[in-house]
Each structure stands twice: as C-alpha cells, then as structure tokens.
Ligand binder design. Structure first.
Ligand code: ASP
Length: 341
C-alpha cells in the first residue's frame, strides 16, 4: 500500500514537476525513427601556449599529433558504439594523463617546491552534475577521482589529502608521487627558477593541460579537464581546471567547454560558464560566444589561453589567443583533424 502511494506520488510529481528540462531524465533521441541519433562529436585539447611555429622539433610535433590522433580514435569508437559523452571525455582525458607529453597526470609540471600537485574537473551536461579534485599528489588519474566525487559523494570538490583518501576508498589507482616526474618538466622548472634569479621575465613552457568535450548519440554533452597547473606555481595554488564554470562546464541546453591557459584569469572571468551564458541569454552562436570571450574579453586583459567546446547541435569551437593550442576533433561523419598552430 505504502509502495503504491509513493509510486502514485512519484507519477504526480513527475507530471507536475517544475524541474528544468535538463534535470529530467532524457530518453534517447529518436532521429530518423531509430533509437539513437547518428550524430556525435568529440573535441580534445592538450593545452594552449607553447612555442611559435618552427621552434618545436618536428619529431616532437609528430609525437603530439600522433598521441592526439590515438585519443580521438579511441573516443570515436566509444561514441560510435553508443557510449556516453561522460565515458568518452573521461577516457580521453585519462589517456592524455597517462602520456608524459601533456601537463596532466604523468608529465605534470612542478610547483616552486619541485612537487606535482594536480587538479581535475568533470561535468555532466544532462544532469547538471559536476565533480572535481584539486592539489592531489598520488592519484594516478585525477579525472577518474573527479568523476568519483561527482557520482559517489555528496560533494562537488575535494582537495589534497581528503581527495586522496576518498580516491583510495573508491579503489582508484594510487601511485608514489615520483610516478609523475618527467625530466622535461623538471628542466622547465629549473629554467624558470634560473630566470627568476636573474630577474628575467620567466616564460616557461606552460602549455599541456588536457581536456575533452563531447556530444553523444543521446544528445548529451560532457566536459572534462585535467592539469598539473602552471610551472613554478605556489604550493597549494589551484587553477581554473577544477573550478566548475571556469575551466570546465557542460550544460545540455547550450554547450560543453574545457579551457586551458592562465588559470587566474579564467577563474576571474568564469570563462566556460560565460560562453554558455552568452549562448543561453544572448542567443549567440558557440563560435561568436567563444570568440568574444577568448579574443576580446580575455585578450584585452592580457590573458593567454583558449577553449575547446561543442554545442548541443554538434558545432565545434577551438578558439585560442596564443601561438598554439594542441587540439583535435572528430565527428560521426568521419571528419577528423589534429593541429597545433
Ligand atoms: N589552466 C591551467 C591552470 O591555470 C594551466 C594551463 O591550462 O596551462 O592551472
């Protein structure tokens, strides 16, 4: 009897629910009469900044392009087979965290004290749910921990030791901090420290943050971002990556965004949410919103960086105001590209 009453109440509630559409469970799209839409889109980045064209050795450029192609290929397979955008962005970011080429997971940059402190964030645009970790030093894949925070805790963000205890309890892989070391990043820190000593402006290789955004065949958007932050950052500094709305944001009504660049500016300008808000309230297209925020607003503040984004219709933006942004995209029609400059 009690069951019957509660079921009745549930039906009544869902009939008259004031919840916004994006919070309600969505049934798979029925485009062209089939269960799933044919359309899906995946965009990734491996950080903005980087050297001007011609400075990076050709074989290093090739290594980046090959790695991004492999990530796109794996993500494309997942989405084509009806996988969710959430699984796709987590998997792509994990692959880039595992690659020493990028400033996330293995290959993260060093703090001024010579440690790796990492941040990651993830957001599910269908449910409006988000998760993040910050300042973690032993979680092999910070993005997996961010997803666990979103799905297995009451919270949105966990930091430092608390995040690590939680990740361990969730059965995520824990590694010794030395796992994240790469000589390239260590040398980059030494270069910046030396320049500081000589009172020269430091311009370390700061690019390398990774991110992914996707639209799946159910019409759902997701975003994920992971980073070691910025070379020579202060112990305890947290960037935009794990701040929902700054470095990572997804909303089925508008778009999914993952950012890279000088985090302090991206936090102050709430960059990812700003792009979504311009679409929602000003009816701007994704490319107009992204272009305004990155090339006008941030640029006028002297802020470097870029974003990747996909909107609910599968339109793509890869917008940056730096020399380079490691980036790539693939869509259901087989169109795929990777680029640096
Ligand atoms: N946005 C990152 C941060 O500030 C760094 C980057 O994208 O290069 O932590």
């Amino acid at each position: 009897m009690k069951n019957l009453v509660s079921r009745y109440l549930l039906v009544l509630f869902s009939l008259f629910s004031p919840l916004p559409a994006f919070l309600l469970p969505q049934s798979p799209s029925t485009e062209s009469g089939s269960q799933l839409a044919a359309k899906w889109t995946l965009v990734i980045h491996g950080g903005a900044g980087g050297p001007a064209k011609g400075v990076m050795p050709a074989e290093k450029e090739k290594a980046y392009l090959d790695e991004m192609s492999a990530v796109l290929q794996a993500g494309a397979k997942l989405l084509e087979n009806g996988g969710t955008s959430l699984d796709a962005v987590e998997m792509c970011v994990k692959m880039m965290e595992d690659s020493p080429l990028f400033n996330a997971g293995k290959g993260a940059v060093f703090t001024a004290e010579g440690k790796n402190e990492m941040d990651a964030g993830i957001m599910d645009g269908k449910m409006g749910k988000a998760g993040a970790v910050a300042g973690v030093t032993t979680i092999k894949n910070p993005v997996a921990a961010a997803r666990a925070v979103m799905e297995k805790s009451e919270h949105v963000m966990l930091i430092g030791e608390g995040a690590e205890i939680f990740a361990r309890k969730q059965g995520l892989e824990i590694v010794d901090p030395s796992y994240f070391f790469t000589k390239d990043r260590w040398d980059a820190l030494q270069k910046v420290l030396q320049k500081e000593k000589e009172k020269q402006p430091g311009d370390a290789e700061k690019h390398g943050t990774v991110g992914a955004v996707a639209l799946d065949r159910y019409g759902n958007l997701s975003a994920a971002t992971s980073t070691g932050g910025m070379t020579n950052k202060m112990k305890g500094r947290i960037g935009d990556t794990p701040i929902i709305g700054a470095g990572t944001y997804a909303n089925n009504r508008t778009c999914a965004v993952s950012a890279t660049g000088h985090g302090e500016f991206f936090i102050r300008h709430v960059v990812s949410y700003d792009i979504s808000a311009r679409m929602e309230y000003l009816n701007e297209s994704l490319s107009a919103a992204a272009n305004y925020v990155i090339n006008e607003k941030l640029k006028s503040q002297g802020a470097n960086g870029g974003i990747i984004a996909v909107d609910k219709d599968g339109n793509i933006a890869m917008t940056f105001n730096t020399n380079a942004m490691f980036r790539g995209s693939v869509t259901a029609n087989g169109k795929s590209e990777v680029a640096i400059y």
